[in-house]
Design a protein around this ligand. Structure first.
Ligand code: DC
Length: 221
């Protein structure tokens, strides 16, 4: 079984999907982390796109979700701590826009999902990767709210960044995610939309769990 949550950067997909996975006792899949791992690999091969494409035909990428951490392994090496660096963040949109990279990631996810019950989050899961998902959600929130949430997180982690910079970064990512040719961010017609502007985190989680409870065989604690 596969449940997907798509939505723009900062809409709260990751934290919500993780909390839902915990409550429903199902697996969690972070598709953005897989694009980040391939971007890390691209940086490792000195940004040579032909070498990257060549490697994609023989590299082994795997992932797991344990103790609230989504881990990604490239040829058995745990690269999780490399995925949130500025270098990766600066290049990931460009790498994720390449159709060859997208089909690699999609295949990886489809194979893994055959082995269990997953809640996966991303941008195109309901529209391109799992078009026949058991349930689809699209989470949104206005730019101000998303920037405010992201700024709070970054501030707490001691990052040296202004609210204005965070808002601009979110707007840039929205533009790149929605304007790209290959599988842009967009709500699937059959996705349930959840505008979380002004909604508390526990309300978001509760709403999603209730819908899953009503519409599937899963029940939550
Ligand atoms: O969710 P995130 O910020 O970790 O995503 C990293 C990048 O990957 C971001 O540029 C959007 C892209 N992405 C994508 O194109 N398709 C997905 N299903 C998930 C993420």
């Amino acid at each position: 079984m596969i449940i997907v949550i798509d939505g723009p950067a900062g809409s709260g997909k990751s934290s919500t999907a993780k909390a839902v996975a915990r409550k429903m006792n199902i697996e969690y899949l972070d598709s953005g982390a897989l694009y980040r791992a391939i971007t890390w690999l691209y940086l490792e091969v000195d940004q040579d796109i032909d070498t990257l494409f060549d490697l994609l035909s023989r590299v082994s990428i795997s992932f797991s979700y344990t103790d609230d951490v989504f881990r990604v392994y490239v040829n058995e090496r745990d690269v999780t701590s490399k995925l949130r660096t500025k270098k990766v963040a600066d290049q990931v949109s460009a790498i994720a826009s390449l159709p060859r990279v997208r089909s690699f990631v999609n295949e990886l996810m489809r194979e893994k999902v055959k082995q269990g019950t997953y809640i996966a989050e991303g941008r195109d899961l309901g529209t391109a990767v799992f078009t026949d998902a058991d349930l689809k959600f699209f989470m949104s929130a206005n730019v101000e709210e998303r920037a405010r949430r992201r700024f709070k997180e970054l501030e707490a982690s001691g990052a040296d960044i202004t609210f204005h910079e965070v808002r601009k970064n979110i707007q840039d990512r929205d533009r790149k995610d929605t304007a790209r040719e290959a599988d842009p961010l967009k709500k699937a017609p059959d996705a349930i939309e959840l505008d979380t502007t002004g909604m508390r985190f526990d309300e978001q989680v509760q709403q999603i769990c209730s819908i899953i409870d009503e519409q599937t065989d899963l029940t939550f604690k």
